[in-house]
Design a protein around this ligand. Structure first.
Ligand code: FES
Ligand SMILES: [Fe+2]
Length: 324
């Protein structure tokens, strides 16, 4: 079975107080027990539907602010105060709970069928010695549009003409996409100034690697491998069918001193923000439905993403289905 862990939050968003967020079309409450373990439950109390995220955590349970029902991490009500502490709460007093996993300061939410069999994947080549800075913003675009923008190697000289797309390299050889496992691929970029030369097909470039390359882990993690010591990582989180929260991190391991790297990371954020806003200006104008697109060779990473995406029935139902 494929792993359908969605990176949905940055760890620092869930502190001592419960937080209510909308993710994948669901209203969820995230909270931590006294050991710091994270839980995700449906945000509406089973009793009369108050928001659990407006409540608080006591004794490793989340307490509804309305009549004090207490829930454990599995979503079961363990105490109904009005019925007394010796009352045995029937099983029907429960809300949905969702498996979560936390590492690399990211919280993942399970969106697969059944129970997770393996932990979510992060980029092997980003270790604890990297410092990072982060920002996030909500885009008014559906999830596939947000992802595909970062898989797009053809937009650079147009959208980012004044920043990372300088040099007018409009001609796109390949690109070369290399799957690493069933959920992740690397893609190499070979853009050039158009001097009338023939565009190379990906097969003609196989085995060649570009200095800068990118990596995608399905469903929603992306890395731009700028150099050994500097990376941009993004995760694209479906809020609902129409909106996507973009998390962008700049990772730095340059000086051997993490606090210094951390300052460098923070100083580079304004530029990263400018670049992302160059994307946003155009991507928010795209028609929302991806299914009418007519793609060209340079869109190969996008095609590979879609191949993988269309295997996930539950996600496709969420993105294109009739409900929600
Ligand atoms: S609505 Fe939550 S306890 Fe009544
Ligand atoms: Fe871009």
């Amino acid at each position: 079975m494929s792993s359908m862990w969605f990176a949905v939050l940055s760890s620092n968003e869930v502190r001592r107080k419960p937080v209510g967020v909308r993710r994948l079309g669901r209203d969820l409450v995230f909270w931590r027990d006294s050991l710091g373990k994270v839980y995700a439950l449906e945000d509406f109390c089973v009793h009369r539907r108050a928001r659990l995220s407006a409540g608080k955590v006591i004794n490793d349970r989340i307490q509804c602010p309305f009549h004090g029902f207490e829930y454990d991490g599995n979503g079961r009500v363990r105490l109904i105060p009005a019925l007394g502490k010796n009352y045995k709460v029937p099983d029907r007093f429960r809300v949905n709970s969702y498996p979560v996993y936390e590492k690399n300061n990211i919280i993942w939410l399970w969106f697969g069928e059944g129970e997770p069999e393996k932990e979510p994947k992060f980029f092997d080549d980003i270790d604890e010695d990297f410092a990072y800075a982060e920002f996030r913003e909500l885009w008014n675009v559906p999830f596939p549009r947000a992802v595909e923008n970062q898989l797009d190697v053809m937009h650079l000289p147009f959208v980012h003409r004044t920043t990372i797309g300088r040099g007018n390299r409009t001609l796109v050889h390949g690109p070369v996409v290399k799957w690493i496992d069933e959920d992740s691929f690397i893609f190499y970029v070979f853009n050039e100034v158009d001097r009338g030369q023939r565009v190379k097909r990906p097969e003609e470039l196989s085995g060649e690697e570009s200095r800068v390359y990118l990596e995608f882990i399905f469903p929603n993690l992306w890395q731009n491998h700028i150099s050994e010591g500097t990376r941009v990582v993004a995760f694209f989180v479906p809020v609902d069918r129409q909106k996507t929260m973009i998390y962008l991190r700049f990772y730095v391991k340059m000086t051997g001193l993490k606090p210094v790297d951390s300052i460098i990371a923070r100083l580079s954020m304004p530029l990263n923000r400018i670049i992302l806003h160059q994307d946003r200006r155009v991507v928010e104008t795209q028609e929302r439905d991806i299914r009418k697109d007519v793609l060209v060779q340079g869109d190969l990473p996008i095609m590979e993403f879609r191949k993988r995406l269309y295997k996930e029935k539950k996600l496709i139902d969420f993105l294109f289905g009739g409900g929600q």
